[in-house]
Design a protein around this ligand. Structure first.
Ligand code: RAT
Ligand code: ZN
Length: 416
């Protein structure tokens, strides 16, 4: 159906973006088979680390007193402080309200006990289906850590393939803490040395291939500090060159680089204590140009790095930019970043991932992002319409599908 005017355009774009089933390429969710590793429900929503950080801006409570409380008591405090004693205008607090509304609960009632009662009557498997339906999710990619003992145990016991949950092999320990990685590798029977000699290279590759076989990941991934440099004289550079990049090439598997963290600037806040810093784009340029047969999916955490990242993606077809990550996952920044990416890259990027740690968050993270992506898309099509370009509703649907999953799957499958 042709798009004749801006009213039709708005209707078509809004409906295509609202209806499209999303592939969420980076989450911290797990399928039901991982039992209580999958977080969901009001108490997990309220104790999300984004909200914990905000809670401590209002309270004088000592950190250790907070951490000594049971989860439900922490949730009570956060509810009182961030929702009742002040209005929940921040993105993370607003998210809880959007979730309640999406589930058909009444946020205006402010009745925490009633919300708890609702969740206590649910079965995990059914609730996953409900959330996927409400948030219109096709599938999600988990974050799977082969250095996490609890998680490894689950994989060893056998995890069945689940169409809704794909895996991603996360390599933070290996690439960011070689001492710890060696200890853990040793316990699993892999023989490594301090330096990357022949045997260590072979053992690390054996370890990677073992977990690829077990988890069947779509990509490998690592988060990197803002001072990430490549190449340099660190063990990380050698691990990348000798182990990870060759295995990724062999398997035609992308490596996701999440660049720009400053971990644990306030350890008292635990998971909420990480921050960010500006990074040097030349590390990424060096990787993309030295390894044209490797595929890199990249997101950067500092707002200041977004423009350089876009320009770099114009230079390297083996680089796929994704998501408005973590501290950037706020409406004003998603809007700015998505607009810039579309202007520089057309549709050849992955606009968003949720980073959800709690299942229910899919509802708000995607709900909020869809609205913004739709409004940016509308503006771009409107410019085209005004300039005399003619297009159809089917073409809008095609573009929207590409943005919400197509570009990701195409990139993972493409041979360089
Ligand atoms: O967004 C988050 O929840 C962060 O704590 C991190 O998990 C980050 O997304 C990461 O994957 O390292
Ligand atoms: Zn994450």
């Amino acid at each position: 159906m042709p798009v004749n005017n801006s009213y039709e355009l708005k209707r078509f774009v809004d409906s295509a973006v609202r209806e499209v089933r999303v592939t969420d390429i980076h989450t911290h969710l797990y399928s039901a088979q991982f039992d209580d590793m999958l977080l969901w429900g009001i108490d997990d929503l309220l104790t999300y680390h984004y909200l914990v950080a905000e809670f401590f801006r209002y309270t004088s409570m000592p950190y250790e007193d907070f951490w000594a409380l049971a989860k439900q008591e922490q949730a009570d405090l956060i509810w009182q402080t961030l929702f009742i004693q002040a209005s929940p205008v921040s993105e993370a607090t607003r998210g809880v309200i959007t979730v309640l509304k999406g589930l058909g609960l009444d946020p205006g009632a402010r009745d925490l006990e009633a919300y708890r009662t609702y969740f206590s009557g649910l079965r995990t498997e059914d609730y996953i289906k409900t959330v996927f339906e409400v948030a219109r999710i096709k599938d999600v990619v988990m974050t799977n850590d082969p250095f996490d003992d609890e998680e490894c145990l689950k994989w060893q016991r056998g995890i069945q393939a689940d169409m809704g949950f794909h895996s991603a092999l996360r390599l933070d320990v290996l690439l960011n803490d070689w001492q710890l990685a060696r200890i853990k590798l040793g316990k699993k029977g892999y023989l490594t040395s301090e330096i990357l000699d022949e045997q260590t290279i072979a053992e690390v590759k054996r370890f990677l291939l073992y977990w690829v076989d077990k988890m069947n990941p779509i990509y490998m991934a690592v988060s990197l500090a803002s001072d990430f440099a490549y190449p340099d004289d660190s063990i990380r550079t050698y691990l990348l060159e000798e182990c990870i990049l060759p295995v990724c090439r062999q398997l035609n598997m992308p490596l996701a680089l999440m660049i720009g963290t400053k971990r644990s600037v306030n350890p008292d806040l635990r998971l909420a204590g990480d921050s960010l810093g500006k990074s040097d784009i030349s590390a990424l340029e060096n990787l993309c140009s030295s390894y044209p047969n490797n595929k890199f999916m990249v997101t950067m955490l500092a707002r200041e790095d977004q423009h350089e990242l876009c320009v770099t993606a114009r230079k390297f077809k083996n680089l796929m930019v994704f998501g408005s990550w973590w501290f950037l996952n706020n409406p004003s920044l998603i809007e700015e970043i998505t607009r810039m990416r579309m202007e520089l890259l057309g549709l050849s990027f992955i606009p968003q991932h949720s980073d959800a740690r709690v299942l229910d968050q899919l509802i708000y993270k995607w709900g909020h992002s869809r609205q913004i992506i739709a409004s940016v898309l509308y503006d771009k099509y409107k410019d085209l319409l005004d300039a005399g370009w003619r297009f159809t509703e089917e073409e809008i649907i095609r573009d929207v599908k590409y943005l919400f999953g197509g570009s990701f799957w195409e990139f993972t499958r493409k041979a360089l």
